[in-house]
Design a protein around this ligand. Structure first.
Ligand SMILES: Cc1cc2nc3c(=O)[nH]c(=O)nc-3n(C[C@H](O)[C@H](O)[C@H](O)COP(=O)(O)OP(=O)(O)OC[C@H]3O[C@@H](n4cnc5c(N)ncnc54)[C@H](O)[C@@H]3O)c2cc1C
Length: 327
């Protein structure tokens, strides 16, 4: 598969990237290109102009004061081994270390991961096969191949970092022609719209991921995928608990990845743990509530009914890990 023709414009600064993006709807940002280039080869995306962020130094680097601020251009491998991230937000470092493969983590960036396109079996096939078998709503077609009766796209959010950033109450900085704004990760994604999945304007650049301090919160990320060496998540579980001096849970959070068009918070499951000592029964109840809330569809590998059962298994595993890691 070959890349289609396009013009590449390297930006030297965020301001220049914003200005170049203003050239029109056929213009798109590229960072590591690990998601965008394969999509262009499969003719899923056809930008005529790419604005390269690789040379924008202000997007690099991790700064830690109270808040940890991670440049959007930081490579996933750098994030996975950065001492200030490993020490303060080990679940985020773990999520980064579980993305794709070593080669992709060396090229893929934090900004690209948070903005990564949604995925679906019917969308992620080459153009020729889409032409032969019928296309889908997110590509050239006008009917969702997954749910032909509806008018929505159910392609799945597949970012490993976003669920963890969500439980950490993270936010992103967006810079555009109208200025700069902060958007909580919890408000960055659109539920039930796999096409317009980001609440970011087309001409905005995501510049930083910011994580506030959260003393005493224990956080983990558990990923379920077919091949451990290289694969998108079939399920991501970001879970967090805070316990008092008696081991009683006073705060719990749960966000699932890869089960909906956006990272899916499950507050009811988390609430079932508050006031408990994180015993097996309380964890099993939370896990069942989570599995009930998740409605995986036939958009990814493995049958949806199996992936739903995996939600209960992996949520339980995540909370047991947090309980057993108590100081
Ligand atoms: C085989 C394979 C396996 C993969 N496995 C995983 C996986 O397990 N988990 C996972 O999360 N991802 C996975 N990916 C997807 C991808 O590699 C990663 O998400 C990666 O982090 C994307 O970063 P990038 O810099 O390469 O993004 P790019 O491909 O450069 O861009 C991706 C999207 O983000 C936009 N973008 C990039 N930077 C910015 C910015 N600063 N501001 C605004 N928009 C921006 C681009 O316009 C584009 O729409 C996989 C990809 C492949 C090919």
């Amino acid at each position: 598969m070959r890349l289609p023709r396009f013009t590449y414009l390297p930006a030297a600064s965020v301001a220049e990237a914003v200005q170049l993006l203003g050239d029109g709807p056929d213009t798109q940002l590229v960072a590591g290109g690990t998601d965008l280039y394969p999509k262009m080869k499969r003719r899923q995306l056809r930008p005529r102009v790419l604005v390269g962020l690789g040379g924008v130094d202000e997007l690099r680097g991790i700064h830690a004061n109270g808040t940890v601020s991670i440049g959007a251009g930081t490579r996933l491998h750098e994030l996975a081994v950065a001492p200030e991230v490993v020490e303060r937000f080990p679940a985020l470092a773990r999520a980064a270390s579980l993305v794709a493969s070593a080669q992709i983590r060396n090229a893929g960036t934090v900004g690209g991961n948070l903005c990564v396109d949604t995925r679906c079996n019917y969308y992620d096939i080459p153009y020729e096969r889409r032409c032969a078998h019928g296309s889908c709503l997110k590509a050239e077609g006008d009917v969702c191949a997954l749910a032909p009766g509806g008018d929505r796209c159910w392609a799945v959010s597949s970012t490993d970092l976003a669920p963890v950033a969500h439980v950490l109450n993270g936010s992103v900085r967006l810079v555009g022609p109208r200025g700069e704004r902060t958007v909580p990760i919890a408000a960055l994604y659109t539920m039930d719209d796999g096409i317009d999945y980001l609440r970011k304007e087309r001409d905005e650049v995501l510049t930083r991921l910011e994580l506030p301090p959260d003393e005493g919160l224990r956080v983990t990320y558990v990923k379920f995928r077919r091949r451990g060496a290289i694969d998108f998540p079939l399920l991501g579980v970001a879970a967090a608990v805070r316990t008092d001096e008696n081991g009683v849970c006073v705060d719990a959070r749960l966000v699932l990845g890869a089960v909906a068009t956006a990272p899916l918070p499950v507050p009811d499951a988390a609430r079932a743990l508050v006031g408990s000592s994180l015993g097996d029964d309380a964890i099993a109840e939370a896990a069942e509530i989570a599995a009930g809330s998740a409605k995986p569809m036939d958009a990814l590998d493995l049958p949806p009914s199996y992936r739903k059962r995996m939600v209960a298994a992996h949520v339980a595993r995540a909370f047991r890990e947090l309980r057993d890691a108590a100081p």
